[in-house]
Design a protein around this ligand. Structure first.
Ligand SMILES: [Zn+2]
Length: 213
């Protein structure tokens, strides 16, 4: 399985396209915000002749949801997320307004729900769902074991962790979830967060100031 990353919107959110030799792909967190960013995402999919199968959401905070309607309409794919992330879809417009963004569209509701221990298959690739609440109640990471790749949204960052002061956030849950579930993965696991640069499980275990291994 291969990946391509994009940094989108004034929130500098990382969107990923995961794909393999079958040409099937999934989009992880549609943060594409502007016309230009929609085109950037489309161009990559088109140039690589990829067939999108789903939009997988690590969580539904607004900056991860900006492009959800665009992606699901354009590619006719289902939005897939944890049940505890559905409230964020319903309060999307209100949340945008709170950030001073006048947005007049509703994101799609999920057509498939995922939970801890589920796996999601596309092409010849498999992603395991790891539920780590704390940044957001239904926050999940997607783990591709054969290639040692983890797409973790805002659970864990390079030398940091996701904020826990938003509705549904919980600091203790986040710390224990990272320790018990993410730090259980091999040290060599490459970690691709929802913001900022790539890190690894080994690096965070050794030096993350919030969660020491
Ligand atoms: Zn978030």
């Amino acid at each position: 399985m291969k990946y391509q990353s994009f940094e989108f919107s004034p929130f500098q959110e990382n969107t990923y396209v995961l794909y393999d030799e079958s040409k099937e792909c999934v989009i992880v967190d549609a943060g594409n915000f502007s016309e230009y960013e929609h085109e950037k995402l489309d161009a990559f999919i088109e140039q690589n002749q990829l067939k999108p199968k789903a939009l997988l959401q690590t969580h539904n905070h607004l900056d991860h949801l900006f492009g959800a309607k665009y992606v699901t309409d354009k590619y006719q794919v289902p939005l897939v997320c944890h049940a505890d992330e559905v409230p964020w879809i319903k309060r999307y417009k209100a949340t945008c307004a709170a950030y001073g963004l006048e947005i007049d569209e509703e994101p799609p509701m999920p057509q498939q729900l995922i939970a801890q221990g589920d796996s999601f298959q596309f092409g010849n690739s498999k992603l395991e769902v790891i539920h780590v609440p704390g940044h957001s109640a239904g926050g999940v990471a997607f783990y591709n074991a054969p290639n040692g790749l983890l797409f973790c949204g805002d659970i864990l960052f390079d030398a940091s962790i996701g904020r826990t002061d938003l509705p549904g956030g919980n600091y203790e849950q986040l710390i224990s979830g990272i320790k018990e579930k993410l730090y259980a993965l091999p040290d060599t696991t490459r970690v691709f967060p929802g913001h900022g640069r790539e890190t690894s499980i080994g690096k965070e275990k050794n030096s993350n100031p919030y969660v020491k291994g």
